[in-house]
Design a protein around this ligand. Structure first.
Ligand code: NBG
Length: 806
């Protein structure tokens, strides 16, 4: 039954294939002429840049070809506006999409260089915080793979997400500097610039008090097999006057650089919050800056093709990734009315036909609101337009919902009213969007809210990050799955084949060993690669409940110490993730995990059966090492709080089993992989709401669990912070008095389910079947499927690829 079919041959993949000798020549040429280095003193950076530039040369043809085709067809383009693109590294991505990875490996070997070392030299482009930004990056990949003409638009932050260090277990943030080295993939577009105004007065027309320039930088985004390439266009802010010579001549050197510093501040740094908005003036300026530049660019392109303004929505589909670009509604109306003479009511309709909005969270603190005074000072013309949008909305629907209320401008309401389509990101989340945050607007505009469940790109999240499993799958069913992930179903018949399962587990084992080696290289403790690798990686947030995970870890440690001679399933608990710098409780949770890790890892009684590790500075590249090595995926958020999750999909795809609540896309993952292959626990979203109405629910839950009581007492007594016994009093008190995320209520069930996981893991045959079925049944979670959904239901656009040839 286990019959290898397909082979791993990259050369046939693409017509951009290049021979190793030719690639070598090109690398050498770039080394000399682009880097200005002689081969005898070339550094790792020089080699990496030369390889990147040599590969980039090969991207240009498909990129031009795609652009040409988009103009010829004269159809619709998709514009994905996002404050965040969490891209990670690109070198291997490009090599793989070109079908040139083995060629690159060979070419470098010819110079005595190791391909992996060169690939790992590239800094992560971390222009995002978490799921929302990574989703945008997966969407770019899928748009190109599917051959849908599209642009991603965002900000070229000088400093992406901060670097996380631990000092005595505490998170320390250090500015990140990916642009300290020349970004290999970018093309500067000094001729593409737009003026962006702020403040000032509105008389006959808006006279901004301050103006900055938005400068374009383009990165080609190549799809699978190099068949199509779209563009990611990122804006950086420049002053209109580079240097104030007048001040300088008067001897005021500092004053002379002020205009530049002020303008540059706009694209200087990514706000490091994922779900809580800062409400700061600079953030509002960032949002308007990139949205305005993008819309001016879109309208310019549209006009350059000679269309009538009335046909805008036939050529332009704009997707707003969360409310961050919600100013797009008023800005597009402003451009139409003030610059192209369209009448106001007509402009509102035209803009709405172009715009769609994706909601990514129900957390009330994340729904952006701007203080009316600040808004009026910064964007006076837009405030007028918003008043007109609100009046138009109220007169058409008779609705009582306002955009401007209690001295606030509410961006969720603005985005909703100005969009022809609003979507949530998982089935459960979209239903909750209808019932909670936008219940009234859902009644005003029935049918406007739809669902598009998130997905992940199989190129990065299986093909690239998991070579052992990729090879096994290719041997078993061929490589058609890479851009048609549902083909993984064809693995299912092989799950009854002992040989296949052995190979499947051997692939997992190889990934676990790779991780163990990587940890050792980072100076971490030595770990047993046969232990269960139990992984929770994501932003640190109370609703994601890393706290519940570490409490359960302590309870389990107590069990082993109480009965050291029983047989315990060895486990390695792995945590990864950053906390927003101002999020005090999240930072305490990080500190606690690190403190627990210190005590537990040093315990000679338990250390062969339980270890806790927390490698600092979790990012996309670290995820690519951790996910393929995981046996167990922790998706344990309070039900109703995680909009979708995408990490959950990556783990299942790579053959990890999930322990999880009925939250976000977990619900759909469980349905697809089968309830018998998923460890479910916890309150449902409805039960969560009910439980909050029970008086003193947390104290009751703690009292009913001697295990939890013991753990909380140990923490409060300073067992894990001997030099500072009071360190976690606040955290423990929080759980007793205001356990909003119901850690205490779900603890018991979580603990019991973890013991089921322990038992299941030792039945190797059964576990391997469950793991393989997770991979075989996760094909639906491809971002290609998600993008096809957006294209069909929202954008009304389609692929320009020739389906027969490719
Ligand atoms: C996040 C949600 C995740 C979801 C991603 C992508 C924000 C504001 N939201 O559950 O928390 O998977 O968006 O949709 O980052």
């Amino acid at each position: 039954m286990h019959r290898p079919i397909g082979i791993e041959s990259e050369k046939k993949l693409t017509n951009t294939a290049i021979a190793p000798e030719d690639l070598q020549k090109s690398i050498l040429r770039h080394l000399e002429t682009s880097l200005g280095k002689d081969i005898v003193n070339a550094s790792l950076y020089d080699w990496r840049m030369s390889l990147s530039l040599a590969l980039r040369d090969l991207v240009v043809d498909p990129w031009f070809e795609s652009t040409r085709k988009s103009y010829e067809v004269a159809g619709k383009r998709v514009y994905y506006l996002s404050m965040e693109f969490l891209i990670g590294r690109l070198l291997q991505d490009v090599a793989i999409n070109l079908g040139a990875e083995s060629t690159a490996r060979e070419a470098l070997a010819g110079f005595g260089l190791d391909y992996e070392t060169v690939v790992h030299d590239e800094p992560d482009a971390a222009l995002g915080n978490g799921g929302l930004g990574r989703l945008a990056a997966c969407f770019l990949d899928s748009l190109s793979t599917l051959g849908i003409p599209a642009y991603g638009y965002g900000i070229r932050y000088e400093h992406g997400l901060f670097e996380q260090h631990f000092e005595d277990g505490r998170q320390i943030e250090v500015a990140e500097g990916w642009l300290a080295q020349r970004p290999a993939w970018e093309f500067d577009r000094p001729e593409v610039k737009y003026k962006i105004g702020f403040g000032g007065h509105v008389g006959d027309k808006w006279e901004p008090a301050e103006t900055v320039i938005a400068d374009a930088h383009d990165t080609p985004v190549l799809g699978w097999k190099g068949r199509w390439a779209n563009t990611l266009r990122l804006w950086s802010a420049k002053p209109t006057v580079l240097f104030d010579l007048g001040s300088f001549n008067r001897g005021d050197l500092v004053g002379a650089v002020v205009p530049e510093a002020l303008a540059r501040a706009i694209s200087r740094v990514l706000y490091p919050d994922d779900t809580t908005e800062a409400g700061k003036e600079l953030r509002l300026k960032q949002e308007y800056f990139f949205t305005s530049a993008s819309l001016q660019d879109i309208v310019r392109r549209f006009k350059s093709e000679g269309y009538e303004i009335e046909t805008l929505a036939d050529h332009v589909a704009i997707q707003l990734n969360d409310t961050h670009p919600a100013i797009a509604g008023p800005e597009l109306i402003r451009l139409l009315v003030d610059e192209h003479g369209v009448e106001m009511e007509r402009a509102i309709g035209l803009a709405r036909n172009c715009l769609a909005y994706t909601n990514h969270t129900l957390l009330p603190e994340a729904l952006e609101r701007w203080d009316l005074g600040l808004f009026a000072r910064t964007l006076p013309r837009h405030l007028q337009i918003i008043e007109m949008i609100e009046a138009d909305h109220r007169s058409r629907t008779g609705s009582h919902i306002r955009i401007i209320e209690n001295h606030n401008v509410k961006m969720g309401e603005l985005a909703f009213i100005m969009a022809h389509s609003v979507n949530g990101v998982s089935a459960l989340h979209s239903e909750l969007v209808k019932k909670t945050v936008f219940a009234d607007l859902n009644r005003d505009y029935p049918g406007r809210i739809i669902n598009q469940t998130n997905g992940v790109t199989p190129r990065r999240w299986l093909y690239t990050c998991n070579p052992p499993l990729r090879k096994l799958i290719n041997r078993t069913i061929g490589d058609g799955w890479v851009d048609d992930l549902e083909q993984l179903q064809r693995l299912e018949p092989h799950v009854s084949d002992a040989g296949f399962l052995e190979d499947f587990m051997a692939a997992k084992q190889a990934n676990k060993e790779r991780l163990a080696n990587w940890l050792a290289e980072q100076g971490g403790p030595s770990v047993d690669p046969s232990a269960m690798f139990d992984v929770q990686i994501k932003r640190i947030h109370e609703y994601k409940r890393q706290l519940m995970n570490i409490l359960e870890t302590i309870a389990h440690w107590n069990d082993i110490r109480d009965n050291p001679n029983s047989s315990w399933t060895p486990r390695l608990k792995i945590f990864g993730g950053k906390a927003a710098p101002g999020y005090v409780v999240a930072k305490e949770i990080i500190h606690l995990i690190n403190d627990v890790s210190k005590v537990v890892n040093a315990d000679p009684v338990t250390s062969d059966r339980l270890k806790v590790i927390y490698p600092p500075n979790y990012n996309v590249s670290m995820a690519e090492i951790l996910i393929p090595a995981a046996d167990l995926s922790e998706q344990i958020s309070t039900a109703g709080k995680e909009a979708s999750g995408t990490g959950n999909m990556k783990f299942a795809l790579n053959g990890a089993l999930t322990i999880g609540t009925l939250d976000g896309a977990n619900v759909e993952i469980r349905e697809r992989v089968g309830p018998e292959n998923f460890f479910l626990f916890g309150l449902t979203a409805e039960e969560v709401v009910e439980r909050r109405n029970v008086h003193d629910y947390a104290r009751a839950a703690i009292a009913s669990s001697p295990r939890l009581t013991r753990v909380l007492n140990q923490i409060a007594d300073g067992l894990f912070s001997p030099g500072d016994p009071g360190r976690y009093h606040g955290l423990v008190r929080l759980l007793h008095e205001h356990d909003y995320f119901l850690v205490t209520c779900d603890f018991k069930d979580y603990y019991a389910t973890q013991r089921n996981v322990d038992q299941a893991f030792v039945d190797r045959k059964r576990w391997s079947e469950m793991a393989a079925l997770n991979t075989a049944r996760s094909g639906w979670f491809s971002s290609d499927r998600t993008i096809e959904g957006y294209a069909k239901d929202i954008w009304k656009t389609s692929s320009l690829l020739d389906k027969t040839g490719g």
